[in-house]
Write a protein that binds this ligand. Structure first.
Ligand SMILES: C[S@@+](CC[C@H](N)C(=O)[O-])C[C@H]1O[C@@H](n2cnc3c(N)ncnc32)[C@H](O)[C@@H]1O
Length: 341
């Protein structure tokens, strides 16, 4: 059995993102490995309910090699069945929202996966791609609630890999760029579970592009930094040296920057950036509701507040904003994200 469905040619490479309901082969070739799991979403286990089971599955995987031949098989007709090798978890980048920015590889995996684990910044159109038998597990942040803790998400992935063939862990943008994909990959590999990353188009490039802003330009310097504005809240990260960045990076692309924007701007000014430095914010880039503002560093925070900009937004600071070519910006796609933010 070829365990990498992404490696197979897909006869149904799409003109449309909708799976073909007339083609039962769009279901996973590994779906036969499911152990009586209900395809009925009404009876499917919620993500959190599998946590205890996931701990047991973790112990099993810690000792199980991705076996080809089990030692107990040697000639004994009465041997118990061979343990199934664990499934493969694909850490898949969903891109920034516009379905046409989904990669072909991501599309192919979504069309055949046995389980989909996803969070907030993923359009509904992608959830509709999966086959009917696919289990869906939401592990993102719901309005008014905290995100599912990372250890619980890890446990869900381990549990699913213990009983299903192809698990897609779908993340907004690129899984390895402020997406905790590296943590999930390391957790799974440490338990002997095969993992593959499928890069995606990151919001930090796509959202500015959909406003006509190139994140680098020969006339606007030689460097760009992708940086999180969220580091104070996430204690697991070292703090950002904003004053240092003001001196050493020509352009800044800031993810999750709105919450701390006043402080970030104050630090950049203290680090030597001029108040007249051009800046932009793009909210809900590439999808319905996209909007953008162009300002200067000096008035950026006040404009963002006055005009009610909200998450998810990308902030761009630097001379590249002056290289904006609005006429090259694509129309945002007519889709929304499934969970309001
Ligand atoms: C946890 S980070 C995930 C980034 C993602 N891994 C990527 O590569 O784009 C979430 C942040 O990405 C940015 N973001 C994601 N999608 C966006 C979009 N469509 N428009 C603007 N910003 C977006 C926002 O700053 C949001 O708070």
């Amino acid at each position: 059995m070829n365990r990498d469905p992404a490696a197979r040619p897909d006869p149904a490479v799409p003109n449309s993102l909708n799976p073909d309901p007339a083609n039962p082969d769009s279901a996973s070739p590994d779906s036969g490995r499911r152990d009586g799991v209900s395809a009925d979403p009404a009876t499917a286990r919620p993500a959190m309910a599998v946590h205890a089971m996931a701990v047991r599955a973790t112990a099993a995987h810690a000792t199980a090699a991705p076996a080809t031949v089990h030692p107990a098989v040697a000639g004994a007709d009465t041997s118990p069945p061979l343990p199934q090798p664990p499934g493969t978890v694909y850490l898949v980048g969903a891109g920034p929202g516009d379905p046409e920015l989904l990669t072909l590889k991501a599309h192919r995996l979504l069309r055949c996966c046995d389980a989909l684990v996803y969070d907030s910044l993923v359009p509904q159109a992608f959830l509709d791609l999966v086959p009917e038998h696919c289990e869906r597990h939401f592990v993102g942040k719901r309005r008014g609630h905290h995100s599912v803790p990372q250890p619980s998400t890890n446990a869900v992935l381990v549990e699913l890999a213990g009983r299903l063939g192809t698990i897609v862990r779908l993340k907004g943008g690129d899984p390895f760029l402020f997406g905790r994909g590296g943590e999930e990959a390391a957790h799974l590999v440490a338990r002997g579970i095969p993992v593959q990353v499928v890069p995606g188009v990151t919001a930090g490039i796509a959202a500015p592009a959909y406003a006509g802003i190139p994140v680098t330009h020969r006339k606007a310097g030689s460097s760009v930094t992708f940086v999180t504005g969220h580091e104070e809240i996430d204690k697991g990260r070292p703090g950002v040296d904003w004053r240092g960045l003001a001196r050493c990076s020509d352009g800044l692309v800031i993810y999750m920057g709105l919450h701390n924007l006043s402080r970030i701007v104050a630090e950049l000014l203290a680090g030597g950036l001029a108040a007249a430095t051009p800046a932009a914010v793009i909210q809900q880039g590439t999808v319905r509701g996209q909007r953008a503002l162009v300002a200067t560093l000096g008035d950026l925070a006040a404009r963002v507040e006055a005009e009610g900009f909200a998450s998810p937004s990308i902030v761009v600071i630097g001379e590249v904003v002056n290289q904006r070519v609005p006429l090259c910006a694509p129309e945002p796609a007519d889709v929304t994200m499934p969970i309001p933010f």
